[in-house]
Structure formats: C-alpha cells, structure tokens
Design a protein around this ligand. Structure first.
Ligand SMILES: *[C@@H]1O[C@H](CO)[C@@H](O)[C@H](O)[C@H]1NC(C)=O
Ligand SMILES: *[C@@H]1O[C@H](CO)[C@@H](O)[C@H](O)[C@H]1NC(C)=O
Ligand SMILES: *[C@@H]1O[C@H](CO)[C@@H](O)[C@H](O)[C@H]1NC(C)=O
Ligand SMILES: CC(=O)N[C@H]1CO[C@H](CO)[C@@H](O)[C@@H]1O
Length: 443
C-alpha cells in the first residue's frame, strides 16, 4: 500500500486561466510508417526526431518552442513495434533507450511530455483485446512504460493513438485494465489520456464514444488525472490529408464538446490538430484554436501536428527551420498555434477542474529562490510561498516526486504575469489558495 500525491490541484474560486494551460507540438518520427491497420514497418521507415539517431534535431526544436514560443507540452509518438521489435513482449532495451533520448530532451525543457503509442488500437491488423493482442499483453506494455517513468509526473500517458472500427464497450474495458495497472505501478500520479473511437474524433465524442470512455475510473473510483483525448482536423474528411480546410470545428464540435465536458465535469486535451498552409486553413485553424483557448476551463491543452522529422514535402509540416542557432517558425505555427494562445483572454477555471502546477520551462534558475512571489504558470495563476496547504506546499511535493529537479517556472509569456493579466482585463481577484486542494489518494 502506498500513498500517491496527485500532481494536480483542484481549480478554485478566483483561479483564472488565460488560454489553455498547455499548448505545444507533436514531435513526429518514431512512429513513421504506421498505418491505421496497426502495421508499423520498421527499418528505414522510422526516422526518430533525434539528431544522434539520424533524424531531425527534436531537442533543438523543443528548446526553441519552449524558449521562443512559450510552448509547454510535447507529444512524442512511437509505435509498439519500435519498442518491442517484431514480437509482442518485453521492451527492447536499445529501443527504449533511443526513445528516452527524445523523452529526456523533452523533460529537460521543463515541458510536459506525452507518450503516444501510435498503433490505432492494433498490432499488425489485429485489434487489441478483440482478436489481436490480449488485454494482458497491452497491460504489460503499459506496465513496462509506467515502470520506466514511474516517478515523473511530467510524463503523460496517452494509452493509444486513434482507435477506430472496434467494439467500444470492450475497448473501454481494455483501457480500464491499463489504468488499473498504471495506478498500481506508478509512484507519482500521471495524467492518463483516454482515447475514444472514430480516430479519437472530437466530432463524435458527444453522441458517440464520450460516455463510455468517461466511465473509466481510477481504482478508488475517482477520475482524477483521467482526461478525454480528442483529435480533430479541418479538412473534408477530418484526416489532415488535404491542403484545404472546410470547417473551423467550432459550432459543430468544440463548443458542444466543451458543454458536454462541463456537464460531465471533465476535461480534455486536443492532442492532434493541424492544417495545410492555405488561405482557408489560416482562417479556420486560427478560429479553431481561438475557440479552444476561450474554453480553457475544459480544454487543458492543444498540441499541433507536426514538427519533428517532417519536412516541406508534408502538407502539415510545422517543423521550424534553423539557421545556425536561429529557429524560424512556420507561418501557420506563429499565426494559428502561438498567437491564439498569446492573444487569449481570461477564463475562470471551473471549481472541479484540474489546474497543473508549474510544469513549463524554467530557463532561468535564478528566479527559483524567490518566495511569496506570484507566479503565473501558463494557464493557472498560483502564488508561491503561501500558507501551509497552499499551492506552494503542493508544488514542492509535486516537484520532489520527479526524477529530476524541475523548478517551478517563471512566466514564459509576459502576458501571464500578474500585471499582464490585469492588462488583459482581468476582473477576478486571483486568490489562489481558495479552493485549492491537494488530492492525495491511496492505492
Ligand atoms: C463514429 O462516427 C459515426 C459517424 O459519424 C457515428 O455515427 C458514431 O456514433 C461514432 N461512434 C462512436 C463510438 O463515436
Ligand atoms: C522529407 O521527408 C520524407 C518523408 O519522411 C523523406 O522521404 C524525404 O527524403 C525528406 N526530404 C528531405 C529533403 O529531407
Ligand atoms: C494577436 O494579437 C496581435 C497583436 O495585437 C495581432 O497582430 C494578431 O493578429 C493577433 N492574432 C490573432 C490570431 O488574433
Ligand atoms: C494529419 C496527419 O498526419 N495526422 C496523422 C496523425 O497521426 C498519424 C501520423 O503518423 C497519422 O496516421 C494521422 O493521419
């Protein structure tokens, strides 16, 4: 029996979110070649976004995204086959070490880093728990991954990329088993992303898969740190395969999903979204991400697709170009990923919602010694150095659970400093302690 300190706080009265708490980028490459059948041919198909492994400089990209753009979360797709080789079983030590190079580079930026098993709920054409790999084999995969990152709550576990065409009830039951295993293996509580059907489409969450996936609980029956995982593209078939956008996804998807999340007292992350560099897409993608930020009480993050080992031959290329040490973002990244976040106005956090402690980059260690100073973590305004039981105490116990010393961040975007928030028209007093509670649960 052990006690696990949760990494989250309950949002409280007066907590204010200025845009989503996190936003960031997919770092693509370790999953290259994966098809929706769950076939993931290896060898030269895979181009890890790790310089020493022959791919893009993912580490440099992430440092740039954090330092220059204020990003705070990265999704690191990888295929099951990459990790275990051609047979299901133990993780290959070499493969895990390779993937860990990207993971550590991500964690070094101070960002949240999401493991994405990019297999569409399948292995070589067969569905997990439904004729293909057994539930026990999938549980074993996640038990091994959890063991590798057991005490680092900056690592987020996304159980699976884009399940589709399978039995929803059975899939939810499979995911429940994985959640149980993660919770009994971890030594610090991780955020787990629950991926629903239709390629995790946000567009069919409300009438489709939302209720079943939201029924998954922790062993103590709470839903703390269990977030709904959604994807959405803006082209004609929601695939991201077309250069032209036909919808901004606001009225038909993200507004109703936000209402559903509020009604059900849940939160979600948009872990994949992207758009080609066409006029229609600039309009629609910007509008979509503005709406996500405007509903920051229920959307914890959005993560654009994709940087990493992609290049200009790919229509959703968001890899920054680099000359010497100077990175230049794609225009789409600047205008429709970063600006909607920077320009967003304040949203009150829901009383029941999760507010992350400082998890964003700390590039300056000199700021960490100051106490009783207001620190606006991106998204959540928190006060350090408060009275016992405040965010201060919680934050340090959170940090001490990590394998590395990740210091609470200074605001990486001036907009989120206290004065920036006032300028942004904040009317609500940021009394942070009110309503904050550390969730401790026992397994
Ligand atoms: C999947 O999408 C179809 C077509 O939009 C929809 O009718 C169905 O409810 C969705 N299923 C789930 C489980 O989300
Ligand atoms: C761009 O990416 C594709 C797909 O990974 C690859 O085949 C191609 O060689 C790359 N081109 C350049 C110029 O790097
Ligand atoms: C964000 O604000 C800047 C400065 O006011 C403005 O130039 C830019 O167009 C805005 N971006 C969006 C996406 O609204
Ligand atoms: C638009 C796009 O490429 N989306 C992709 C995200 O995830 C994988 C990429 O490896 C694709 O299968 C999706 O279509």
């Amino acid at each position: 029996m052990k006690f696990l300190s949760s990494l989250v706080f309950l949002g409280g009265v007066g907590t204010v979110l200025a845009g989503t708490q996190l936003f960031g980028m997919n770092l693509s490459g370790f999953e290259f070649g994966c098809a929706i059948t769950g076939y993931c041919p290896q060898g030269s198909n895979v181009i890890p976004p790790v310089k020493s492994l022959g791919g893009a400089d993912g580490a440099g990209q992430m440092q740039h995204f954090v330092k220059d753009d204020g990003m705070s979360i990265f999704r690191l797709p990888v295929s099951w086959q990459y990790l275990t080789g051609s047979t299901i079983g133990p993780l290959s030590t070499k493969a895990l070490a390779n993937y860990d190079l990207l993971m550590q580079a991500c964690l070094d930026t101070g960002a949240y880093c999401m493991i994405d098993i990019h297999n569409f709920a399948r292995w070589n054409g067969e569905i997990i728990g439904q004729g293909g790999p057994t539930n026990a084999q999938f549980v074993d995969l996640w038990t091994q991954l959890t063991t590798a990152y057991a005490d680092n709550p900056f690592v987020i576990f996304e159980l699976m990329n884009e399940p589709h065409d399978l039995d929803l009830t059975l899939w939810a039951a499979t995911c429940q088993l994985v959640v149980n295993a993660i919770r009994t293996t971890e030594t610090a509580s991780h955020i787990i992303m629950l991926p629903g059907l239709n390629y995790t489409s946000a567009g069919t969450l409300v009438e489709g898969w939302g209720a079943a996936m939201a029924g998954i609980t922790n062993p103590d029956k709470s839903t703390t740190n269990l977030l709904l995982d959604v994807h959405k593209y803006l082209d004609i078939d929601n695939s991201g395969d077309h250069t032209t956008c036909v919808t901004d996804n606001v009225a038909d998807t993200f507004d109703p999903v936000a209402d559903w999340l509020r009604t059900n007292k849940r939160q979600a992350m948009l872990t994949e979204t992207g758009a080609g560099a066409s006029t229609s897409c600039f309009t629609d993608f910007c509008a979509q991400n503005e709406a996500i930020n405007a509903n920051a009480d229920v959307y914890l993050a959005y993560i654009a697709w994709a940087a990493g080992s992609v290049n200009s031959t790919y229509i959703l290329d968001l890899a920054p170009s680099v000359k010497g040490k100077v990175y230049t973002d794609m225009q789409m990244t600047t205008e429709c990923v970063i600006e909607p976040w920077k320009n967003s106005t304040a949203v009150a956090a829901p009383a029941w919602g999760l507010v992350l402690p400082a998890g964003t980059a700390s590039t300056s260690s000199s700021t960490t010694s100051t106490t009783a100073k207001t620190t606006a973590t991106k998204g959540a305004t928190t006060t350090k150095g408060g009275s016992a039981g405040s965010a201060s105490t919680s934050t340090s116990s959170f940090v001490s659970g990590a394998t590395r010393t990740i210091v609470p961040a200074t605001p990486i975007n001036p907009k989120n400093s206290a004065s920036g928030l006032e300028v942004a028209g904040m009317q609500v007093m940021c009394v942070l302690m009110a309503g904050f509670a550390v969730l401790t649960f026992m397994l």
